[in-house]
Design a protein around this ligand. Structure first.
Ligand code: OXD
Ligand code: MN
Length: 597
């Protein structure tokens, strides 16, 4: 597929180390993909699902100890620890390469090495960047074919250039104690070993499009962010674009595919999805605005909780050409199920099989022990094609991207953050992003429900020093002439009994409309110590049962005491980030403390 000597010599070197029986180039054709699906079905790596109900859909189960990203085993290997910073795990590159070499040596013996040339972003766009992933997993190949743009045109676009991201993945023995997800930003290299879970092995996604890309973005003057991108269309046809950063498994896919409440739908409002997880952002020289593209070509979404009500668009997208991972299986109908899909779990007499591949009885489900008692793993996923999404934006394949009007940060906070507030400007907005916090979810291994600071939802994904990353945000503020306004939302505030107060899902549109009205200068707000908060009557609650102006007052209230309590935690976190925290961030923190009194 290529004569590029940089590509060929690197593949030779990796093959000499991993010793595959053969090397197969992935060309992006349907014939080759189909042959690989058949092969994976013959070995049990995939189960082909009911062709009538779920055409071209497959089920895959990972090893039970390999079901989420492993942040503790993810490393940024820059020449000095300071470059990686205190938030990332760091090992000196020479030492890590030596450790990895032992694990990779002979790891592909008896296996095939697949060479996947892929592009993040539309081939030919100024945003696009090329990667090549070498892997011994057909599952990885088939997922990459959905999540990225793969084929000959990628190699043609690369030509003779050395400018590509090298990615080596081997399942090796899936030994959790020797699992490493490693990044060498200075070498444009990613190496992942002993895992088969998506976030650790689909190297175009978190490893390249966030960790390596954030490093490149700083060097080259652009941004790689953990953000969805959506377009909100008004009845007059005008579309405004919003990007939003939420920690993993906090509803980015649902917000990106939002269906407006009936009263808005009737008036002609629509929401279009550009991306659900990652945004690459560049300043457009013509109008001085920030433009966004989604570098991916598919969605790797969390299955549990996805249903006809919460996200009909995602559900519709998964009804064909989809790979399901670690969901529950119904042997009678040869279909899949997950908690929250509907109230009709497969019964033992249907041949229900849980995510571990064991016979499953839905009556054993215990909310307190989901991992062991649920049918689908809480972090079970669907890998599905963007082009099958009913609300996909017409700009999805745009070379130029979409102009961003508003940036939203959000977390899962039971108490502290109000439903929505607007920052005082770019610098304060950067500060608001830097103090983002959320209660942890199942997307990463570890305890669930613990509050952790997750700046810009990028804590696990910044490929360099977190303090320098905040500085890069500040620097970008100086080069974006027409800046988006920055907001913070919290859909997850709870009442005294722990119930969510705000209905969320489609009704989040009501908050987006206030945000865009602010951007257009069409609505006033109340200045509070933390930022501008809506007047309760300015969020349209027409048709919302159970929500009164009183509820809105409560949702929008700023609980000064809990903010004061948060300050100590923020200081502790800033100190942990260390010397590279920009002075402006400390000034913003001091100013907030003063405003809180
Ligand atoms: C994801 C994640 O898979 O953030 O998108 O974990
Ligand atoms: Mn994500």
């Amino acid at each position: 597929m290529t004569n590029n000597k940089f590509v060929l010599s690197w593949i030779d070197e990796m093959a000499a180390m991993t010793k595959p029986d053969k090397i197969v180039w992935i060309d992006g054709t349907e014939e080759q993909a189909e042959a690989l699906r058949r092969e994976a079905c013959s070995t049990g790596e995939l189960i082909k699902l009911n062709e009538e109900l779920l055409p071209n859909c497959y089920l895959h189960r990972t090893a039970v100890n390999d079901v989420a990203r492993v942040e503790g085993r993810t490393f940024i290997c820059t020449p000095t620890k300071e470059e990686a910073g205190n938030i990332n795990n760091w090992v000196e590159p020479g030492e890590m390469y030596a450790k990895l070499k032992k694990l990779y040596t002979g790891s592909m013996k008896g296996r095939t090495m697949y060479v996947i040339p892929y592009s993040m972003g539309v081939v030919g766009s100024d945003f696009a960047k090329i990667g090549i992933e070498l892997t011994d997993s057909i599952y990885v190949v088939l997922n990459m074919l959905i999540m990225t743009r793969v084929g000959q045109n990628v190699m043609d676009s690369l030509g003779d250039s050395p400018d590509f991201i090298k990615g080596l993945h081997s399942k090796a023995t899936l030994d959790a104690d020797n699992r490493y997800i490693t990044h060498f930003p200075q070498d444009n290299t990613i190496m992942s070993v002993n895992s088969g879970y998506g976030g650790n092995v689909l190297l175009g996604k978190k490893c390249f499009a966030l960790r390596i890309a954030s490093y490149l973005g700083r060097k080259e003057g652009w941004m790689a962010e953990h953000m969805l991108i959506l377009g909100l269309e008004y009845p007059n046809g005008d579309i405004k674009y919003i990007t939003a950063a939420f920690p993993s498994a906090c509803g980015k896919t649902n917000l990106a595919m939002l269906i407006p409440p009936e009263i808005f739908k009737k008036k002609g409002y629509k929401v279009w999805t550009v991306g659900d997880d990652i945004a690459w952002l560049r300043v457009n020289k013509e109008d001085g605005r920030l433009y966004a593209v989604n570098p991916e070509n598919g969605f790797f979404g969390v299955a549990p909780g996805t249903n006809e009500k919460s996200n009909p668009n995602a559900l519709a997208t998964t009804r064909r050409d989809t790979i399901f991972t670690n969901v529950c299986y119904n042997a009678r109908t040869n279909t899949v199920w997950w908690e929250g899909l509907d109230n009709n779990p497969p019964k033992p007499e249907d041949g229900a099989v849980n995510w571990k591949g064991e016979p499953w009885d839905y009556r054993s489900y215990d909310k307190a022990d989901k991992i062991n008692t649920s049918g689908a793993h809480p972090n079970s996923r669907f890998t599905t094609m963007a082009k099958n999404c009913p609300c996909l934006s017409a700009e999805f394949n745009s070379l130029k991207g979409v102009p961003v009007t508003a940036i939203i940060f959000g977390g899962r906070r039971a108490k502290t953050a109000p439903l929505v507030y607007q920052s005082f400007g770019w610098q304060h907005g950067t500060f608001v992003g830097s103090i983002m916090a959320s209660e942890t979810t199942a997307a990463a291994a570890g305890a669930i429900g613990v509050v952790r600071r997750d700046p810009m939802a990028m804590r696990p994904f910044v490929g360099y020093n977190m303090g320098d990353y905040w500085q890069h945000w500040l620097d970008m503020g100086h080069v974006i002439k027409n800046k988006p306004l920055i907001f913070h939302v919290n859909w997850f505030r709870t009442d005294d009994k722990g119930n969510f107060i705000w209905p969320g899902f489609g009704d989040n549109m009501r908050v987006l409309l206030w945000i865009l009205a602010r951007c257009a200068g069409e609505v006033d707000a109340v200045k509070t110590p933390i930022g501008y908060v809506p007047k309760p009557e300015d969020i349209n609650i027409e048709g919302l049962r159970g929500i009164t102006t009183e509820t809105m007052k409560n949702l929008l209230s700023v609980d000064v005491e809990s903010w004061k309590a948060d300050i100590a935690n923020i200081k502790e976190f800033y100190n942990q980030v260390g010397d590279h925290v920009p002075a402006e961030m400390w000034q913003e923190l001091a100013a907030l403390e003063k405003r809180l009194g």
